[in-house]
Design a binder for this molecule. Structure first.
Ligand SMILES: Nc1nc2c(c(=O)[nH]1)N[C@H]1C(S)=C(S)[C@@H](COP(=O)(O)OP(=O)(O)OC[C@H]3O[C@@H](n4cnc5c(=O)[nH]c(N)nc54)[C@H](O)[C@@H]3O)O[C@H]1N2
Ligand SMILES: Nc1nc2c(c(=O)[nH]1)N[C@H]1C(S)=C(S)[C@@H](COP(=O)(O)OP(=O)(O)OC[C@H]3O[C@@H](n4cnc5c(=O)[nH]c(N)nc54)[C@H](O)[C@@H]3O)O[C@H]1N2
Ligand code: SF4
Ligand SMILES: [Mo]
Length: 712
């Protein structure tokens, strides 16, 4: 593997000077420089760094506190620098050849004894497109297993499947970020942009300055709700119904766009019939929102000349997440607010490569370019690119949580985890932990000894965002090249390089011959060519020069599409599909478990916190987990501000500190997801999945709460 010499990293001699990199965290993918301004002082380990935003189309030079401090984890003394292997119950350092030999021996033996499907692969949305692509190829070609899925199942699956069904294509935003200020009405449903994509907030403020009316739908008055003209404090899990109410009001007010509906959609009549059954008053009570407020929202969106609807995990991480998104898309289609400037739908993607990560084959049913592993033509095309027989490609596997169920049932006996911390981030983690303990062989590739890595038989140290090269696709569908900024520390290796070594050990070297990430990208271009997510027209050289290109991009001359669906949708007939199937809702609370537990994020931490807990500046902002609860709920449950509480569902319990706040509904508790162990909210989330996309119902669980001082 070739590394640049240190001199090329900047003019500051041995000091760290990364001319341009990209934030490793969220989907905006802000560009930045990192510079060491003072080296470690004798006797002290600390050095000082400045981080500056570099203008790119999305972030326009802004950074949030996470991006500004991301280098702290990458440069942390806790980085894994050597492979680790379990001996006599302890993880101890070993050499790379030893680690790779053991992995290939165990994988080969499992495959030969029990079949390739006893080995599972579990990826992540932080991986570059190159690694995500290679992981999919590795599972199908090197291992021959059907079992591969990734953490994006918990993130993007509801919106992705809804977009595919309704539009025939799934891309986070159907518009450019720069179109946001042109919208006259913006609906932000279950998305807390202010904390989760902070550098996007100025786009919304700009829209506000231009006179836009902003509606936020969230059970809490979040920092995002603070910029809204109207806040609908919906009961968790009721978004699908809320969207139906809004549409029925719009229909009754005659604000639908008949011309658009006739020319560009189908299924409207069935939808009208379905909605006729909804009683507005009753439905509003079920949603926990005054009908007059919903009416105000519906009229504002319906009457506006231009408008956008955006959803994120609040709407999507539900057992009806797929339908909930489709019902918001009904609103978009019925008013014809798509395919023109200032209009459209956006699923705000989550992880740095939440978008690209779902396009190139780490999903159970997918091949690169958004091709389907169940479609004969798609299989034949990709098999030809890979130089294998189509019949040799396995069929589709199962979703991330279902893989964990199969691990628990010992149908899957070995797992390779790359870029995820599933023992913290899965729902119902008690089952996941039990399952992982039963594995015969667990391999984890990570920068740190995460909670999952601690359980592994082999841990492989990987390079961080400053050290590897590759492309990532931001929430707009814009592909960005992140260049290598510094050499790998210790013996850390690139994810893709590790996959090639294991493939080599399994006798599949001829299919895994790459000298650098760019070689993999060039193969990805071919594999995605002609697919929905077509990257064929992009090259590293173009990405460098043009600073990012939207997909689809089918030729070297193609400049990519920023604004989608201007003339036609991506289905064969060019039309978009309305949805008339109403949501069954969720099981709701009970007398025994009377409160609704929802969850999500806070500004300074990222996902399971493996990275941000290792950044002193970020960690100092939130040291421990907490539950946000309303004063009335606190009083009813005899809870004082700041005290430790236990929250329990039928699936399990966890302990956190109480934070009493007026900003949340009385019937709802909110707990961040950034802590593992006893503070992990996922000890109480439920295993139920959306039947369409297998998204877990993270955002609703029926629970009780009580102070620890009253614990039995
Ligand atoms: N600081 C920070 N930023 C992040 C991340 C992070 O961990 N930390 N993670 C990144 C990733 S991977 C993702 S997926 C995104 C997630 O970005 P978001 O989806 O915006 O984040 P969440 O906090 O999970 O949920 C958003 C909001 O949904 C609300 N909510 C909860 N239940 C419901 C409901 O039933 N209906 C409605 N309408 N709203 C509900 C919550 O109160 C919360 O304010 O953020 C990305 N950015
Ligand atoms: N209750 C609840 N649970 C949730 C959610 C929620 O809202 N509520 N959100 C869900 C969502 S949207 C998501 S995206 C998931 C995320 O859940 P996880 O997949 O567990 O996410 P991370 O905490 O980012 O874990 C990523 C791991 O990969 C490592 N890593 C980072 N970059 C790389 C890399 O380039 N290569 C390798 N090999 N490793 C790397 C990190 O150090 C870390 O250990 O959580 C889901 N779980
Ligand atoms: S976390 Fe997101 S908004 Fe913040 S700097 Fe990183 S990419 Fe930008
Ligand atoms: Mo996510």
């Amino acid at each position: 593997m070739e590394m640049k010499s240190s001199a090329e990293y900047g003019s500051a001699g041995s000091k760290l000077y990364v001319r341009e990199t990209q934030c490793p965290y969220c989907s905006v993918q802000c560009k930045m420089t990192v510079e060491e301004v003072a080296g470690p002082i004798a006797g002290e380990r600390r050095a000082m760094y400045t981080v500056e935003g570099v203008p790119n189309e999305a972030s326009q030079g802004r950074l949030c506190v996470k991006g500004m401090n991301a280098h702290q984890h990458a440069l942390s003394g806790q980085r894994l620098l050597k492979p680790l292997i379990r001996r006599n119950g302890e993880l101890v350092p070993c050499s790379w050849p030893e680690a790779i030999q053991l992995i290939t021996k165990r994988f080969a033996s499992l495959r030969d004894r029990h079949g390739a499907d006893t080995i599972g692969v579990y990826g992540g949305g932080s991986l570059t497109n190159e690694t995500a692509y290679l992981l999919g190829k590795f599972a199908r070609v090197a291992l021959g297993t059907r079992y591969i899925d990734y953490n994006g199942r918990f993130c993007m699956s509801a919106a992705a499947s809804a977009g595919s069904k309704v539009f025939g294509m799934d891309r986070g935003l159907t518009f450019r970020l720069s179109d946001i200020p042109r919208a006259q009405c913006i609906v932000l449903a279950g998305t807390n942009v202010a904390e989760c994509q902070p550098t996007l907030l100025p786009y919304f403020n700009q829209a506000k300055e231009n006179g836009a009316y902003i509606i936020v739908i969230d059970p809490r008055k979040t920092a995002t709700a603070a910029i809204a003209d109207l806040h609908l404090q919906v009961k968790p899990g009721m978004d699908a119904l809320l969207a139906n109410i809004m549409l029925k009001i719009i229909m009754e007010a005659g604000l639908v766009n008949e011309q658009f509906i006739g020319a560009r959609t189908h299924g409207y009549e069935q939808l009208q019939n379905a909605l006729s059954e909804i009683d507005l008053e009753e439905a509003a009570v079920q949603c926990g929102v005054d009908l007059s407020l919903i009416r105000q929202a519906a009229m504002a969106y319906g009457q506006a000349e231009t408008g956008m609807i955006m959803t994120a995990r609040g709407v999507e991480q539900q057992t009806d997440g797929h339908l909930a998104v489709r019902h918001f898309l009904n609103l978009v289609l019925a008013t014809g607010k798509i395919g023109k400037p200032g209009c459209g739908y956006g699923a705000i993607t989550g992880q740095g490569n939440g978008q690209g990560g779902r396009e190139h084959g780490q999903k159970a049913d997918q091949l690169p370019g958004y091709r389907s592993i169940e479609n004969e033509q798609d299989r034949a095309y990709v098999a030809a690119v890979w130089g294998v027989e189509p019949e040799s490609l396995p069929g589709k596997g199962v979703s991330a949580y279902e893989m964990m169920e199969r691990v628990h049932d010992q149908e899957i006996r070995s797992l390779l985890v790359m870029g995820s911390n599933p023992v913290v981030s899965n729902p119902n983690v008690r089952l996941v932990e039990e399952g992982l303990r039963k594995l015969e062989f667990l391999v984890v590739a990570d920068m740190f000894l995460s909670e999952t890595a601690k359980m592994a038989d082999v841990v492989l140290p990987v390079t961080a965002y400053l050290e590897n090269e590759g492309t990532l696709t931001n929430l707009e569908g814009r592909v960005l090249l992140r260049e290598q900024g510094r050499p790998a520390p210790g013996e850390a290796r690139h994810d893709w390089d590790i996959l090639c070594s294991i493939a080599d050990g399994l006798g599949k070297a001829p299919y895994f011959q790459y000298g650098c990430a760019e070689d993999i990208f060039n193969e990805l271009r071919m594999a995605s060519r002609g697919g929905i997510a077509d990257y064929y027209g992009m090259t590293y050289e173009r990405l460098r020069r043009e600073k990012g290109i939207y997909w689809p991009c089918s030729s070297l001359e193609d400049t990519g599409e920023g604004l989608l669906f201007v003339e036609r949708f991506a289905h064969d007939d060019g039309k978009a599909a309305f949805t008339s199937e109403l949501s069954p809702g969720w099981q709701d609370v009970s007398r025994e478990f009377p409160l609704i537990l929802t969850n999500g994020r806070v500004l300074p931490h990222y996902l399971t916190g493996v990275q941000t807990h290792r950044s002193p500046t970020l960690e100092a902002r939130e040291l421990e987990n907490f539950v946000e609860l309303h004063p009335a709920a606190a009083a009813r449950n005899r809870i004082m501000d700041g005290e430790w509480v236990e929250i329990q569902s039928v699936h399990g319990s966890f302990n956190v500190r109480a934070r009493i706040k007026e900003n949340i509904r009385e019937d709802t508790l909110f707990v961040p997801m950034h802590w593992g162990g006893i503070q992990n909210v996922n000890r109480a989330t439920r295993p139920d999945l959306d039947p369409y996309c297998r998204m877990p119902g993270f955002k609703t669980a029926a629970v009780t709460i009580r102070p620890m001082r009253l614990a039995r």
